[in-house]
Design a protein around this ligand. Structure first.
Ligand code: COA
Ligand code: MG
Length: 290
């Protein structure tokens, strides 16, 4: 999954626009972008939208966090429609994912949905304790499809007045959260998904930021505006040259009988190179396949 577009669940117009955006997934939001007074209407609209949309992007729902008192009502409303996955905000660790996992299991049974088919993607850096528990996701649930992170809620929790410095670089606190996400996702063998870029009119800065994320190991990114989707898809789709190079590395290892090390055009390639090539090729699979 390269691009995941946030769509407030209480906006019929944005739900329709999201479908046409080219995003690999929509994250139908019941949390921060929906006012308290609108939660019930948003749940109904989300369920209706999912039930009537049978093709196109994978449909995830972002529910309200487990301490909000709203998660169960969110799940009861949307699980009837069978979303592809649930995004869990303010996750404090693998235990929160395990708690959501058992709830989903009940809803799947009640609604005749295949056991274990609903995926979970938590947002893992929205509280200080959560950042420090990033390592706890490995093995938490077979439903995990990826880990993502957020800067805004963490900055509010910590009392940081900005997330980036004058040059546009994240300050240390957020660099730490961002790197924790890459490491935690890789350790859990799921996709590291980069966070949103709120300044959606600044296309140059967004492109630069996407490239940095891809370079550092993220395999996809969340969007808040349809204009961000093509940029994400472009940056997180391996180029034909990169794919051909990866294919050549894999072929060279196979042709040599899968040794520890091979030489290609006078350069040494060992197991880490092979692993990187395999990971890159896996990302060239069609959208929605991962
Ligand atoms: N999904 C689908 N469609 C969207 C969209 C989104 N996330 N964001 C904007 N659009 C639509 C708008 O409705 C508008 O449609 P129109 O041309 O038919 O009027 C069009 O795209 C252009 O939007 P624009 O005028 O540039 O932005 P805006 O001022 O309408 O919206 C936001 C700005 C930030 C309010 C909007 O992008 C948004 O709601 N983003 C998602 C917020 C969210 O879910 N946050 C939670 C996660 S951080
Ligand atoms: Mg939030």
């Amino acid at each position: 999954m390269r691009s995941m577009l946030f769509v407030p669940a209480d906006s019929e117009k944005k739900l329709a626009k999201g479908l046409a955006s080219g995003a690999d997934a929509l994250i139908i939001d019941l949390e921060d972008s929906v006012a308290l007074a609108n939660k019930e209407a948003a749940r109904r609209m989300a369920a209706e939208f999912i039930a009537t949309t049978r093709t196109g992007p994978a449909l995830y729902v972002r529910v309200n966090d487990l301490s909000s008192g709203m998660t169960d009502d969110d799940l009861a409303a949307v699980m009837k429609a069978g979303p592809a996955g649930i995004m869990l905000p303010k996750s404090n660790g693998g235990e929160d994912v395990a708690r959501l996992d058992v709830r989903l299991r009940v809803h799947e049974a009640e609604n005749g949905i295949a056991d274990g088919s609903t995926r979970i993607m938590p947002i893992i850096t929205e509280t200080p304790a959560a950042v420090l528990a990033a390592a706890s996701y490995a093995g938490a649930s077979a439903r995990l499809s990826g880990l993502t992170w957020g800067a805004e809620d963490l900055s509010a929790e910590v009392g940081a007045s900005a997330t980036r410095d004058e040059t546009g670089r994240y300050t240390d606190l957020f660099r730490f959260a961002r790197l924790s996400t890459i490491l935690a996702a890789t350790a859990a063998e799921v996709a590291p998904i980069d966070t949103v870029f709120p300044n959606f009119r600044d296309e140059d800065a967004f492109l630069r930021d996407c490239r940095e994320g891809e370079r550092d190991g993220f395999t996809g990114r969340m969007a808040i505006h349809p204009a961000q989707v093509p940029v994400i898809n472009e940056v997180f789709t391996p180029s034909p040259e990169a794919a051909a190079e990866a294919r050549a590395v894999i072929d060279a290892f196979a042709a040599a009988g899968n040794p520890g090390v091979v030489a290609i055009d006078g350069k040494m390639y060992d197991r880490p190179h092979l692993k990187r090539a395999e990971r890159l090729l896996a990302r060239t699979k069609p959208a929605g396949a991962a």
